[in-house]
Design a protein around this ligand. Structure first.
Ligand SMILES: [Zn+2]
Ligand SMILES: [Zn+2]
Length: 199
């Protein structure tokens, strides 16, 4: 395509390779030159590039946000959390989880970005419990796991989750074994399951 095929009010964008009205381009003034020229890239493409840059740094931006909020609670700096508490190491982990990750607690997909939450395995005992605020004590869990774990000791939560897994497994086996609709009421009573367990 040549310039002749386009109206004088149009400019060419080298990124999307489209001719667009000049108002879609920013004006730049080179040096002392009073002659205004247009950016070689249209506003739409500039916006798109800005968004892409932002998304590329999204995991870092999120971890920095969380570091800042943790730092606020502990009356220290964001940098202290990024470096001394090793929050930096969470960036590639978060990045991988944002890309079709599964929760290590429950195995489900994360619903959205904010569903990936920082969980302290051993709950911090006070505001400046550096031993437990360190990234080595952190797992990125979904909001639902975060709720069940809450501030329980890690070992207690592990045992509870294992109990829940076995109970679910038992329900599934029973549903396979019998007609589920007939026996539905029985699944509510743990005592009945305990009896079958003993057999
Ligand atoms: Zn463009
Ligand atoms: Zn989960």
């Amino acid at each position: 395509m040549t310039r002749d095929e386009h109206r004088p009010c149009e400019r060419y964008c080298k990124t999307c390779k489209e001719w667009k009205h000049y108002s879609r381009f920013k004006v730049k003034t080179a040096g002392n030159d009073t002659v205004s020229r247009f950016h070689p890239i249209c506003r739409d493409c500039e916006q798109k590039e800005r968004n892409e840059r932002k998304n590329a740094n999204r995991p870092l931006a999120i971890i920095e946000q969380r570091a800042a909020s943790a730092a606020h609670k502990a009356a220290t700096s964001k940098e202290f959390f990024m470096v001394q508490m090793n929050y930096r190491s969470l960036v590639p982990v978060l990045s991988a989880l944002m890309d079709d990750g599964l929760c290590q607690g429950c195995g489900h997909s994360f619903l959205h970005e904010r569903d990936i939450q920082i969980e302290h395995l051993e709950p911090p005992r006070h505001a400046q419990d550096w031993a437990r605020l360190h990234a080595r004590n952190i797992r990125l869990f979904c909001a639902s796991c975060n709720r069940t774990k809450s501030d329980k000791p890690f070992q207690q939560w592990l045992d509870e989750q294992e109990g829940a897994r076995l109970s679910n497994l038992q329900h599934q086996n029973l549903e396979h074994e019998f007609d589920g609709t007939l026996l539905e009421g029985m699944f509510e009573t743990k005592a009945w399951i305990a009896v079958t367990d003993a057999t």
